[in-house]
Every structure is written in C-alpha cells, then in structure tokens.
Design a protein around this ligand. Structure first.
Ligand SMILES: [Zn+2]
Length: 633
C-alpha cells in the first residue's frame, strides 16, 4: 500500500454511492491514518476515471459498492445496514459496506457499513487506536510499509443500536466555554470518536416513559389506572404527576396502553411501550400485592406504610419495604402483550428493569417478544458487590426468555475526578454480551477523557467483537504512551486502588451525612461536594508523583510527552475543583467569600486554557458545579 515513502496503492471511490457523504468521509479517514503511519498520501479517484489513469504499479483499494465489486462478486446489497465485507485479491482490496441515508456519518441514524469496514481495516492492519477525541488521542504506529493483508471478512451488526448518550451532557449550553465554536468543535470531536468506535443506531429504541402524561389525561376521570398509596389515595406520590406510578394489575391500564400503541406506533418505533415512569412501583392495592412474590405481605405493607408516613416526600425509600416487585411488573408485561396480541400476534413490549423491580422475577416466565432495558446496579462506587449484583440480574433476566438492552449509568458517576473502573466494567460488559444483548444504551458520555480515559476506552472497545481480554485492551491504551507505558499503567492502577475501600455501605453513610447537613443533599450531579472524602491531599499528591514519573519516562518522545501532559491537565482540573469546593465550604461557614471567589477564578482561567483539549466537557462540569456554586450569595 505504501512503502519507503512511496504510495503503492490508489483509493478508488464508487461513482454513485448510496450516500456520497459516507464514502467521502471514509476516504478522508483512510487517507489521514495511512499518512500518519507512513508519511504517504494515497490518492483517491472516482471509479469512472480509473481506466484513464495510467498507474500500472499501483494496487487498488475500492471503497463502497461499485462496478469492480459487482464484477468480483463482492455484494453488500443484501447485507443489513452497517454490515460490511472486506476482501483482498490480487493487488486489490475491497472495503464494501451497506450504506444509506442522506446525512453526514457524524449522525447516528446514517447507515455507514463502508466507513466501518475502513475502521476495522485501520485497526487490525495499521494498528490505529482512538484513545480520546482529537488528534492527540489518535495513536497511529509509524511504519515503513503498510500492506493490505489477506482478508475474507463478513461483518454483520450484532446490535440494534450501540448507543452512548452524549447530547444530554452538552444540552446545558455553552456554560464555561468561551464561544459557541468551542462547543461545536468539542462536539464534533466526540461524534467522530464515537463513530470510530462504531457507535450507531440501525434502529433506535427511543421509547420514553409511557405514562408521563397519564395523570394529566386521566387523573380526574380514571383513578383506577394509578397507584393506590398507603394513605388510601390513588394519586401521584409527592405531587410530581409525571412521576406517578401505575396500578399495573389493572386491565383498563393494559387496554389503554394498547390503545396508545395502536394510535402512535410507527415503522421506526413499532413496539408496545410499557415503560413505567421514573419512580419505584408503589401500588399497594390487594391485586397488585397478590401478583408479587414474597413471604409476608402483611409485614411488608405495614413497614411500607410506616415509612410512607415518616418519609420526607421524595417517594424513593418507602416502596423499598415492599421488596421486589419484578414478578408484578413481569405479569403486567405479559398482560399487555396478550392484549396487543389481539391486533398483532407478534406484538413486542418494551420496558425497564429499574428501582424496586430491578431484580429478576422469580416465578414469571417471559418470552422473546419482551424487551427489557436493564438499568440496575452499575454506578459509583463500582465494587465487587456491584459486579456480582449486575451479573446476577443480567443472568436472571436473560433466563426469563426476555431480550435485554444494556443500559447502565456508570459513566454518569464521579464528576471530573480520576476513577479507574476499566477492568470491572470491561469484564461485566463481556459477561453481559456472552449472555445475549439486543442493544446498548449508555447514560451518558460526560467526557472526562483525561481522568477517566482508560475506562471510557474499555467501555467502547468491549462492545465490539475485538476478541481481546480487558487487560489486552488496556494494553492498547497504555501502549500509546511509548516509554511511559508502564508508568501510566501504574498511575491508573493507583486510582483503581484509591476507590477500592469505598464500599457501597461506606458511600451510603457519606451520602446520608450530607443529606442531613445540606438542604440540597448529595447525588451523582454534586459528587464534587464529597469528593475530598476520597481524594485527600495525600491521595492527590501521590497521583501527581506517579504522573511525574510518567512525564520523566516520556521526556524523550514528543507525542508521548504531550499525552502525559494531557493526563496532567485532567488531574490539575480535578485538584482545582477540590480547592474551589473547599473554599466554598469555608465561605458557607464564615460568610466571607473572597477565598471562594479567588479559587473559582483560578479554576475558570485554567479551564479556559483547556477548551481545545478534550480534557473535560466544560458544559457538563460547570453546569453541575453551578448548582452549588452559582446563584448563592
Ligand atoms: Zn394496583
């Protein structure tokens, strides 16, 4: 393809591609990476010019379905969207996929099989690794020769969607970015990174909660649809009507769900949406309780009633006394499926496993026309206990016969602090994928690339059929740091050890303490308020020392040095965040705000210097921090 600084191949583009933007983008990606690897730019021409070209010495790389693929019998037409073929022959290579749509491949809904073929080729044959967005995060090993290798690959998409929510972490607007252009550039870099890791949405699973507007629609006329609370009333708990839970054993509810489905279903969203609102199951009517599996209903309801009366009304704790409601919710899904089956015998229902119906049902068998998005367990702190629980939930739900969507929240945790849960999350994802997965939907990519990079990299890589252990995937990441490889590994291993003593129990004790002291409490959004309990000055010093070692090792190599520098910026950002929160605590205590103002200024100035670097997502961090630091004087 390229040897001793000379191009040995020509890139040939389809004349009439399904989606010309996919082919153009795929060619750009291909050319850029080959040039980084060899210093050689491979020329690209449309197929119709091929005969007029006099390049007898050049091998040909055909991008996308074209005349040459037809003649060679490399047929992507019958592949599903995003599927692709890679074939090599005598002085020819075909990178040929099922493309479609009319949009740029930075958008999820575009079909981009040819681009994915290019990425697989570049990863396996050239050794490119996309650690984080932007140029510095792209690792391309330098080489004298790149050859095409021998290929006979047919890749079909395993998942309906491979999705990592990202928009939500930017929807807070410009926040700490100094211009819209900076936000745009950041966003563009992240979309490119996601595509390089083959995130795509052949079908989307954008079913919102099904009952958000039910109280508005039926609150006055049809109370029987709603939960019976321990106070004997059928109404929203705590007044937030979009979070009301339903009386899921009520036949009129099943009928209404099916009426809604028949009125609203589309070719893109064909399933019966049964997703409960964002709250635990709360109905204590006789019929719902009889659907549950538990040993002592009288004791459970008495405890729930007592907690209901005592609770300040967030509505999350008292239903826990009812135990697992998963059998109740599983029976509800079967009932809706039966109801919908009168109109379409293949009707598929979709719902969540969540809150007090996260655990697998113990007595109810489901079927493959039930889709469950499993949102349980995976969150900070990510401990052995977390992993065990997740795996047993996944296995249990899988055993019911339902099809599963991997929908964890783990990447929402820890704010911008250094965490390293890569080995746990990698092993858990591989475990889940071994037991069958229909789609993924991760909430959310907040984008703390410099302090959490290896974990994010592993989350992306383990969703692909890369056939590597998690340690081997991590080795790819650390390998990009050249002579500092071992030192960078030690640095991240240190962060793994730092959070090790934070058991769920210990973390809950901290959360409870903040709940008592602080009217706003502590949750994943305001993690930075308690971060100093884990990230003590000694811990942060040790982190800096380890990074210093890495910097010394990398000092002879420019790119490796800059990559270590990137990690150091993340650590500095975390340090300044800790200092600002400490100053804020001082201000709350004394009423004097000059120290806090100075610390906040330092943080702001530092972040201004990071705008082009992908170190942190400035929208996300500043929005969450301003919930505490902003608007108070
Ligand atoms: Zn009920």
């Amino acid at each position: 393809m390229a040897t001793a600084g000379k191009p040995m191949a020509l890139l040939v583009l389809a004349d009439k591609p399904e989606n010309p933007q996919v082919i153009k983008y795929a060619a750009d990606e291909f050319q850029r990476v080959i040039q980084k690897a060899t210093g050689v730019k491979i020329a690209a021409i449309p197929e119709r010019q091929l005969n007029r070209q006099l390049h007898p010495d050049l091998a040909r790389i055909f991008l996308g379905p074209c005349e040459a693929t037809r003649q060679a019998g490399v047929d992507a037409r019958r592949l599903p969207a995003n599927g692709y073929l890679i074939r090599s022959g005598t002085r020819r290579l075909f990178l040929c996929g099922k493309d479609g749509g009319t949009d740029h491949p930075r958008n999820y809904h575009v079909d981009m099989g040819t681009l994915f073929a290019v990425y697989e080729f570049l990863e396996r044959q050239v050794g490119v690794r996309w650690l984080w967005p932007g140029d510095l995060g792209e690792f391309v090993p330098r080489q004298q020769h790149v050859v095409s290798g021998v290929w006979k690959t047919r890749s079909l998409p395993r998942l309906m969607q491979r999705y990592w929510r990202f928009e939500a972490s930017l929807h807070h607007g410009r926040q700490a970015w100094s211009s819209e252009a900076s936000v745009y550039n950041y966003k563009l870099g992240v979309y490119k990174w996601l595509r390089r890791h083959r995130f795509m949405r052949r079908h989307n699973l954008d079913y919102a909660e099904a009952f958000r507007d039910y109280w508005k629609r039926f609150g006055e006329t049809r109370p029987e649809l709603f939960n019976l609370l321990p106070n004997g009333k059928r109404q929203p708990d705590g007044g937030r009507s979009q979070h009301v839970s339903m009386c899921v054993s009520e036949p009129e509810l099943w009928k209404q769900v099916v009426v809604d489905w028949r009125a609203n279903r589309t070719a893109k969203l064909p399933w019966v949406n049964c997703k409960p609102n964002d709250t635990p199951g709360k109905c204590v009517c006789r019929r719902c309780l009889d659907w549950d599996v538990r040993t002592d209903t009288a004791a459970a309801t008495a405890a729930a009633r007592k907690a209901f009366v005592a609770e300040n009304r967030d509505g999350w704790s008292w239903p826990g006394h009812l135990g697992s409601l998963s059998d109740r919710y599983a029976k509800y899904l079967l009932a809706v499926q039966r109801e919908a089956g009168q109109f379409d015998k293949n009707a598929t229902v979709i719902s969540y496993a969540y809150a007090n119906y996260s655990r697998p049902p113990t007595a109810t068998v489901l079927n493959n026309r039930v889709v469950i998005a499993l949102a349980s367990s995976l969150f900070f702190p990510y401990t052995d206990e977390t992993s065990r629980e997740f795996r047993s939930d996944w296995k249990g739900w899988s055993a019911t016969g339902a099809r599963l969507v991997f929908r964890p929240n783990i990447t929402l945790g820890s704010h911008n602090m250094p965490v390293h849960y890569a080995r746990r999350v990698g092993a858990d994802i591989q475990h889940a994928f071994r037991h069958g997965v229909l789609a993924t939907d991760l909430d959310s990519l907040t984008g703390m690339w410099a302090t959490q990079g290896p974990s994010l990299y592993v989350v992306a890589r383990t969703q692909l059929p890369v056939d590597k252990t998690v340690d081997e995937i991590l080795d790819e990441y650390y390998g990009a740091f050249g002579p500092a490889k071992a030192a960078v590994k030690q640095y991240f291993d240190f962060w793994e050890r730092v959070t090790e003593p934070v058991t769920r129990k210990r973390w809950q004790t901290i959360v409870n303490r903040y709940q008592r002291q602080d009217p706003d409490g502590l949750n994943f959004r305001t993690f930075y308020k308690a971060a100093h309990e884990i990230y003590t000055p000694e811990v942060m010093n040790q982190g800096r020392r380890l990074l210093q070692v890495a910097a010394e090792r990398a000092s002879g190599e420019e790119t490796a040095s800059r990559r270590v520098g990137f990690l150091a910026k993340g650590l500095r950002d975390a340090q300044l965040t800790l200092e600002t929160q400490e100053a804020f605590r001082g201000y709350r205590k004394t009423g004097k705000r000059s120290g806090f103002d100075a610390a906040a200024r330092r943080l702001r100035a530092f972040r201004h210097s990071l705008e082009k670097d992908y170190v942190v997502n400035l929208s996300y961090v500043s929005f969450q921090e301003n919930m505490t630091w902003g608007g108070r004087d």
